[in-house]
Design a protein around this ligand. Structure first.
Ligand code: SF4
Length: 307
């Protein structure tokens, strides 16, 4: 018996109750899956756990553990419990990860709902709880007074009470573009991680951009986007580009750049020149004596036509 013991010396009678422990393990396990006795450990005064090898497939390194005990001054050892426990080198399932941490981009299918936490770091309130815009906001009190003085169209009331489509060019429309009319908008953190993702996928460090003749910034297929991200990104609208319909960094580029290789126009042939002031003589019969100019008599000359 290879004895695995703690500093406490195991009780002698409990340590000797291997048969009792084995019988209990065999009763709990399927027949033939309880193997050799691999050790014991003292759990406390007159409490000992015996370990048996588990021969069940799929449970490599696991052990049947049968705990036995006896009362003080009693000679009879009784069974406490039997469990299957992983050993130090047991094959274990990976640690469980909550679904919210397992989720990957592209996992969301049609009809799926993905809730966002109230304190999602990627989002922040679209307006203050008092429905008062920040002092430096475009819809601040100072700017509102200024707009009123200029007879501008300023929409009063809480964002929720405002019309769905504000007048173009009004402060409300600017506020809507800034996200002031939504419950939550992207936080700085949300903006940064989005920019990092887009930069990784369609940024200047990608092999495509490194080999591109020019950047998207100068490409006619680039469609600008609004908001602060528009300073660094746009949308590619070239169906032949690998980034068609994607948000691309202005420093990205590809071989389909609008100005990279403009097709030359086909050469235009010169207009034909028709000289109507000259008569070109053509012989009606083959020339017999090569090298000599045929004698053009009156008869033949009469049959000549104009070119
Ligand atoms: S065609 Fe190429 S260079 Fe032009 S915007 Fe799209 S990705 Fe950028």
């Amino acid at each position: 018996m290879s004895a695995t013991t703690r500093s406490r010396t195991p009780d002698r009678l409990c340590a000797e109750a291997v048969d009792l422990a084995r019988a209990a393990a065999e009763e709990a396990a399927a027949p033939g899956v309880v193997g050799e006795h691999t050790g014991l450990v003292s759990e406390g005064d007159r409490v000992v756990t015996h370990f048996f090898e588990c021969k069940e497939l799929g449970y490599r390194g696991w052990r049947w553990a049968a705990t036995v005990a006896r009362a003080s001054r009693a000679k009879v050892v009784t069974l406490d419990e039997v469990v299957l426990l992983p050993g130090p080198d047991a094959l274990l399932a990976p640690e469980w990860v909550p679904w919210s941490e397992r989720l990957r981009p592209g996992d969301l299918g049609p009809g799926d709902l993905l809730p966002t936490d109230q304190d999602d770091l990627r989002l922040e309130p679209g307006y203050t709880p008092e429905e008062e815009p920040p002092a430096n906001s475009l819809v601040s009190e100072e700017l509102r007074e200024l707009a009123e003085a200029e007879d501008a169209d300023v929409t009063a009331g809480a964002p929720a009470a405002q019309p769905t489509v504000p007048t173009r060019g009004s402060i409300a429309s600017v506020a809507e573009e800034l996200g002031m009319r939504r419950a939550r908008v992207l936080s700085r953190y949300g903006l940064h991680i989005a920019a990092d993702r887009w930069e990784d996928a369609y940024g200047p460090k990608t092999p495509m951009a490194q080999a591109a003749p020019a950047t998207c910034q100068t490409c006619g297929f680039l469609t600008p986007i609004g908001g602060s991200l528009g300073q660094a990104f746009g949308v590619c609208a070239n169906e032949f580009s690998p980034a068609d319909g994607r948000v691309v960094s202005l420093a990205y580029g590809c071989g389909a750049h609008s100005e990279a290789a403009v097709m030359p126009k086909p050469p235009q042939p010169a207009a034909p020149v028709v000289d109507e002031t000259r008569v070109d003589p053509f012989p009606l019969r083959p020339v017999r004596d090569s090298g000599s100019v045929p004698d053009m008599g009156d008869e033949e000359t009469a049959e000549l036509g104009h070119s």
